[in-house]
Design a protein around this ligand. Structure first.
Ligand SMILES: C[S@@+](CC[C@H](N)C(=O)[O-])C[C@H]1O[C@@H](n2cnc3c(N)ncnc32)[C@H](O)[C@@H]1O
Length: 336
């Protein structure tokens, strides 16, 4: 019985332990794999390149050998194993960005440690860290790492925003909470008459401006640093893509009311919400730890918009994970 208990304990401890995860993530955040060439690198090479503490770096390198990310050569050099090589930034299946503590994904993984807070309150785990939202924390990170540009399809069937909405009716678009401008970029590339602005928090906006500077469409792209809770610049179409899921109903109403206040009578708001499929309780809790409302129904979105003074003017076909709903403001004198 004692043996059984201690085996159970140690297996549970193994399942709950964070230590290997922390080692691998430290290597990803420090871009360690990028510093190790095919002939291998010595401890001194790595300490010099990182500007790091020698004894701590030595311990990290040998710990990474223990977990199979690195191997040592006879010349006391460290080389990447096959498993370790996916930590290189230029590996075709690189996972470095996904594990970088200054990136969006690894930062949201940290929220998982506060799942108990989500269970007690329904709020994202990140809120337990005190006061600021997840995105404010990203925006304020001086070492913020934004996702490398993706050349494929937009996430969560976002391509239907580009293809299904009647864009010929507008020229000036503002993508509210437009992040690093993937949608904005796809819009100007597909619709040569459009000019698209991205409004986002200051740190994210700065990263987006850097990206736009090298775009062939940069003349029709611009960035606005600010908050969607403050008055927004004028636009014919405001887009809100995959934003509302990050907010509970009160927060979503506040965002929608803020946009409604900024809208002119002829303006439209396109809510292109993502509906994340929840495949089971583990998946649901994983998402709920990051976002309070991963899968609102279309009727719920229309009701929240109505609370904020917005009436439905158009509904696209969308897909099972992406809806397209257009609104105008019901403010007195604002209806067409
Ligand atoms: C889930 S991402 C959605 C990004 C993008 N719209 C898309 O479709 O992929 C949420 C975005 O909202 C932005 N955001 C969060 N709070 C904000 C605020 N108060 N004002 C402006 N943007 C904000 C974040 O910085 C982030 O870029």
């Amino acid at each position: 019985m004692d043996i059984l208990t201690s085996t159970t304990e140690s297996s549970l401890r193994d399942r709950a332990r964070l230590y290997d995860a922390a080692l691998i993530r430290a290597a990803a955040t420090l871009r360690l794999a990028d510093l190790i060439d095919d002939e291998g690198s010595s401890l001194d090479d790595i300490v010099r390149d990182l500007g790091s503490d020698r004894s701590a770096t030595r311990a990290l390198l040998f710990a990474l050998v223990e977990v199979g990310m690195l191997a040592t050569t006879g010349e006391r050099r460290f080389v990447l194993t096959e498993a370790g090589s996916v930590l290189r930034s230029d590996h075709p299946h690189s996972i470095r960005y996904a594990l970088d503590r200054h990136g969006v994904f690894a930062r949201s993984d940290i929220a998982l440690l506060f799942l108990d807070h989500t269970i007690l309150t329904g709020a994202p785990g990140f809120d337990a860290l005190g006061g600021r939202t997840f995105w404010e924390d990203c925006s304020d990170d001086d070492a913020l790492e934004m996702q490398p540009p993706q050349n494929g399809a937009l996430a969560m069937d976002g391509d239907v925003i580009v293809s299904q909405y009647p864009w010929h009716r507008a020229t000036q678009v503002l993508d509210v909470g437009g992040n690093v401008g993937a949608l904005a970029h796809a819009l100007v590339a597909a619709h040569p008459h459009l000019t698209v602005g991205v409004l986002d928090l200051p740190g994210i906006a700065a990263a987006t401006a850097d990206r736009f500077a090298s775009s062939p469409h940069r003349d029709r792209l611009h960035v606005v640093a600010g908050s969607f809770f403050d008055p927004l610049p004028p636009a014919e179409v405001y887009v809100l893509s995959a934003i509302l899921g990050d907010w509970d109903d009160d927060g979503a109403r506040r965002i929608l009311a803020s946009i409604a206040r900024s809208m002119a009578p002829h303006s439209r708001l396109l809510i292109a919400d993502a509906h994340v499929p929840l495949s089971g309780p583990r998946e649901e809790l994983y998402l709920r730890c990051m976002m309070p409302s991963p899968s609102r129904s279309i009727d719920e979105i229309i009701a929240l918009a109505a609370d904020a003074g917005l009436s439905l003017t158009w509904r696209g076909i969308g897909t099972s994970v992406r809806s397209l709903l257009e609104f105008q403001t019901m403010r007195e004198g604002a209806a067409l």
